[in-house]
Each structure stands twice: as structure tokens, then as C-alpha cells.
Design a protein around this ligand. Structure first.
Ligand SMILES: *Cc1c(COP(=O)(O)O)cnc(C)c1O
Length: 363
């Protein structure tokens, strides 16, 4: 017997596999695999990062992210004291599980929910409870039916990755209203900036009007194009933030990343431009793929889930074919969606190339 044992749950984790960034034999590739922004970050964010690097790499960053929280507060009309920043929003998801759940507790997430959730749940030794979806969409009644006296947290990505589907404001409110007050609802709104629906919001009102048991997480990795900088944030009640501050890394957001995010959040023009590009391509790409015989799940993110009529075999063949042309999309067999591929919206020319090769594949 090996003498050193990890804590319960950890060996249940299937390690996260990031989207590939390279193909052997290709100098450059078209990477549509990780929901990164084809527009990149605001040029102002790059300038601010360089300036911050020049000003003091030997100094610890502001551990409270004061200026960044102020900037986010201004833009979203939120109290900076109810904002916490993090090393990517994924860190916050881990901290919330660590702060509120342990061995023997249950954490709920949805059938096609973000793959980080089972990793996070096993990481604290809690038990994942996976709830069936309806048409690739979270089902509030099914979530409520899955609650037991052991339930501590409900994780909901809204919109969800990899499906792109979302729940309306009223459905999320119905979920909150139906949950016990001592269950934490974590609304992971990584793609909120991309959503173009009147009946959607990220959930700030639920935080404001609630019982200190709802938190909304956000990220600079998606529409802001700062995935490399690793900056996330959350809006929640001070009671929850107090718990997160106790257990987070003291200097969890680097000075360079804080500078990048502050500049990025103020560049509303860049955000608007990125959103407009996405809204132009979502219907265009979806329609074109459907004309080729695919079924595309309606998406509110910067990606689409495209289902192949020929199922898993054809999806795998398409993935292989695209790679042979230097295009990387995301297989989603790890989500039990082996008959589909997740395709991130790219630049104009990347999307054109994707369509050209998909057309060639089906021909
Ligand atoms: C990309 C993504 C995140 C954000 O991850 P970061 O750690 O902020 O880069 C969170 N949730 C979902 C559903 C995502 O797709």
C-alpha cells in the first residue's frame, strides 16, 4: 500500500484537457477550440500591461484589487465592496466549493454543464449530483427535484458552455425561489456580455434582493479577450465575499493583470465591437452549417454546438478532416456529446475557412 494518500474525491477527477493550440506539421493554425475572442483584447489593455510591467515588477500587487473593483463597479453600476476579483473566474468557483461544501455534501450541476464543475466538486470531496437537461437546456424543475438535505450548492452556467443555451431571468428567479435558503446558488455568467436577449440578465438583481445566498461570477477571459491574463470577478453579498477573502490567495491577481483588466473594462467600444462581430456570425455560421445538414443548438455564447447527422463517427471524422486543414475545433465527447463539435466564432477569414472546409467535408 502506498503510504501517501490524497483526500477523498481527488482521484475521481478526470483531469481537464484544454483545447489544442497546435497541429503537427502546421506553422500556424486556426484555433476555434477554446472560446477565446477573435478580436483579441483592447489595445489599451495591452498598453496598460506593458506600462505596469515597466513600473514595478518587483512590487507586490494591490491584494484588494481596489482600482479594478472600482472600474467594474462604475461600468456595471455595482458597489465595489460587493465585488471580488480572482485569478480567472474558475478560481472563484473552486473557492466557493471549498468555502461551503465538504465530504458528504452534494453539489448540483446540469447534464451538459461546464466540465470544470465535476472537477471542482470532487476537489472538495463533495458528491456531484448531475441533473438531466431538456433539449440541451438546464431544467429548473429537474434541478429542484434533485435537491436533498445534503445539497449545499447549485452551479449553473448561464449561458452554458458547451451548449450555449440560457435560462431567462424569470426561470433563474424561479430556481432561486424554489431552493432552500441555506443552499448557495452560483450563477456562472462567463458569457453574459455576449447575450442578446431581453429576457436575460446575469443575476445581479437576485444578489441585491436575495438572502445572501446567491453569487454571480464573471470573467475577462471571454469577451474582453484576456484569457492569458487570468482575471475573473464576482458580485455577491458581503457575507459570501468575506468567506472567499479568507481562503483566497493573498495576491491572486497579478499587477499586470489588474492593469490589463482596468483598461479593458473601460474600453466599452471594444466590447461593443466584439459583441457585434459575434452577433453577425452566430446566425451566419449556424445557418450555413444547418444547410450542410447539421443541427445547431441555439447559442448565446461566442461558440456553437454543432451536431452531426452521422453521429459520433462523423463528428470524429470531421474533426480529423478539419485538423488536416489546420483548423482546431473542440470535440465534446467528454460531455457525452460525441456526435457534436463545439466551434468558437473566429475572425471573418477564420469563419470563412471553417465553412469552406466543412462544405468540403460534407461533399
Ligand atoms: C470560460 C469559462 C469560464 C471562465 O474561466 P476563467 O477561469 O475566467 O478563464 C467560466 N465558466 C464557463 C462556463 C466558461 O466557459
Amino acid at each position: 500500500m502506498h503510504p501517501l494518500k490524497p483526500r477523498d474525491g481527488i482521484l475521481n477527477i478526470v483531469p481537464y484537457k484544454a483545447g489544442d493550440a497546435k497541429i503537427e506539421g502546421f506553422k500556424t493554425v486556426i484555433k476555434l477550440a477554446s472560446n477565446e475572442s477573435p478580436m483579441g483584447p483592447s489595445p489599451k489593455a495591452i498598453d496598460a500591461t506593458i506600462a505596469a510591467a515597466g513600473a514595478g515588477m518587483h512590487l507586490y500587487p494591490d491584494p484588494a484589487c481596489t482600482q479594478l473593483r472600482q472600474a467594474i463597479g462604475e461600468v456595471h453600476d455595482l458597489d465595489p465592496d460587493q465585488i471580488i476579483c480572482s485569478n480567472g473566474s474558475e478560481e472563484l468557483l473552486h473557492l466557493l466549493a471549498k468555502g461551503y461544501a465538504t465530504i458528504g455534501d452534494e453539489i448540483i450541476y446540469c447534464q451538459y454543464g461546464f466540465i470544470a464543475y465535476p472537477i471542482i466538486i470532487h476537489g472538495v470531496g463533495a458528491t456531484p449530483v448531475v441533473v438531466p437537461e431538456d433539449n440541451y437546456t438546464a431544467n429548473v424543475d429537474a434541478i429542484l427535484a434533485a435537491v436533498t438535505d445534503k445539497t449545499k450548492i447549485v452551479n449553473l452556467a448561464n449561458p452554458n458552455n458547451p451548449t450555449g443555451t440560457y435560462l431567462s431571468t424569470s426561470e433563474v428567479k424561479r430556481l432561486r425561489d424554489g431552493l432552500r435558503d441555506d443552499i448557495l446558488l452560483v450563477l456562472d455568467a462567463a458569457y453574459a456580455e455576449y447575450v442578446d436577449k431581453q429576457d436575460y440578465d446575469a443575476g445581479f438583481d437576485l444578489v441585491n434582493n436575495g438572502l445572501d445566498n446567491t453569487i454571480v461570477t464573471r470573467t475577462f477571459s471571454k469577451i474582453y479577450g484576456l484569457a492569458a491574463a487570468r482575471v475573473g470577478w464576482a458580485y455577491g453579498p458581503k457575507t459570501i465575499l468575506d468567506i472567499l477573502h479568507r481562503i483566497r490567495g493573498t495576491f491572486n491577481v497579478s499587477a499586470l493583470s489588474q492593469a490589463a483588466a482596468i483598461a479593458a473594462v473601460h474600453d466599452r467600444e471594444h466590447v461593443a465591437k466584439t459583441k457585434a462581430h459575434n452577433l453577425k456570425w452566430l446566425p451566419k455560421l449556424s445557418q450555413a452549417l444547418e444547410e450542410l445538414g447539421m443541427t445547431v443548438t441555439p447559442s448565446q455564447g461566442n461558440f456553437i454546438l454543432a451536431h452531426f447527422p452521422g453521429g459520433p463517427e462523423q463528428a470524429q471524422a470531421a474533426d480529423t478532416f478539419l485538423r488536416s486543414k489546420g483548423i482546431i475545433v473542440r470535440p465534446v465527447g467528454n460531455y457525452d456529446l460525441a456526435g457534436a463539435l463545439r466551434i468558437t466564432i473566429g475572425t471573418d477569414s477564420e469563419n470563412d475557412a471553417l465553412l469552406t472546409e466543412m462544405t468540403a467535408f460534407f461533399a
